[in-house]
Design a protein around this ligand. Sequence first.
Ligand code: HGY
Ligand code: MN
Ligand code: MN
Length: 414
Amino acid sequence: MAAGNLRVNEARLWDSLMEMAAIGATPKGGVRRIALSPEDMAGRDLFARWCGEVGCSLRVDAAGNMFARRPGQDPSRRPVLIGSHLDSQPTGGKFDGALGVLAGIEVLRVLHDAGIETEAPIEVVNWTDEEGARFGRAMIGSGLWAGRLDAAETESLRDGEGVTLGAALDAAGARGAAQSGPFPADSYFELHIEQGPILEREGKRIGVVTGAQAQVWLRARVTGRDSHAGTTPPSARRDALAGAARMVLAVQRIMREAGEAGRGTVGSLVVAPGSPNVIPGDVRFTVEFRNPSDAMVAAQAAHFRAEAEAIAAEEGLALALEERFRIAAQPFDPACVGLVRDAAARLGLSAMEIVSGAGHDAVHVAPVVPTAMIFVPCRDGLSHNEAESIEPGEAADGAAVLLEAVLARAGRRS
Ligand code: HGY
Ligand code: MN
Ligand code: MN
């Protein structure tokens, strides 16, 4: 796929995607590169090696965010940023995050091979812990960089083994010397799979992403009383799992009240003590709601809290419900979005505007740097699943649009 007389190398991009997917590969064809795990660190090392091969200098900040900088003719120009993430879900796919980072490297390779030095520098970014699977908050690295998360509070988040994010950064050797904070940048572009069914259903090759929806993540703990399954009559039970189950159905009901735009999910639920003949006294679970409307997300969270408290009261249970994070709906920069739209048109790729259902690092970057995203379809709209799949041509299409948009902002010199 050509961008002007420059051509993305489809096979090289695909080979890099497959080489990265071999790190943390799972038997079912997915990847497991949990943030700051040995697999994540191995992916970081490969990223660093590849960027070094095309003449980049590497800077790592205190949040572990990696910035690979390719110089421009005018070092005073603000850099054009290209980024995404290399960490994955526990049973993630090969392309969520990796496509955006490796397409950024492909852009650098194309310029390197062609001996083109852009006017402005270009930086490819690997953001720390986008997925939120380990510490219960998504888009951590980009949120810290953008100043949208409090560093001390965020570094005190604990994973399931009680390890804090700060300790994990240090133990993994991922913490860099650079201060983690926003620096002046010309623009930020992120290529990502859509992770939903719309582009495939509409037969479009490119998603021109105009923004991302709002989301709120909650954490619930329901406390009852462990007791004997065989001797405890209904009137004496304080069954935390039965109560939590009613709360889970409340999430589904609240979601459905918002129609097809509704998004309400309980992704994790842990029952204690977890013995077949003990009535559970302790259940912890996560809740998240998403919607293009901030007001709707706020109303859903409030509605859920009221329903959960009523259920707890009826069942004689205690409920602790804390908000883990909330992020407003985020529009992207019209000029950068226009570059994506124009690039798709110039390349003859069918495209449509779309709002992202998923959160992305771009959501934290957008308030501080003009930002746009590019989507490509994924098979059956499936993601956060080991069967996540795209075609080599789809990856190349996205990378070609990325190349065009980046060159439009960075300027090109032979
Ligand atoms: O949850 C999200 O939207 C992102 O995939 N981490
Ligand atoms: Mn992602
Ligand atoms: Mn993801």
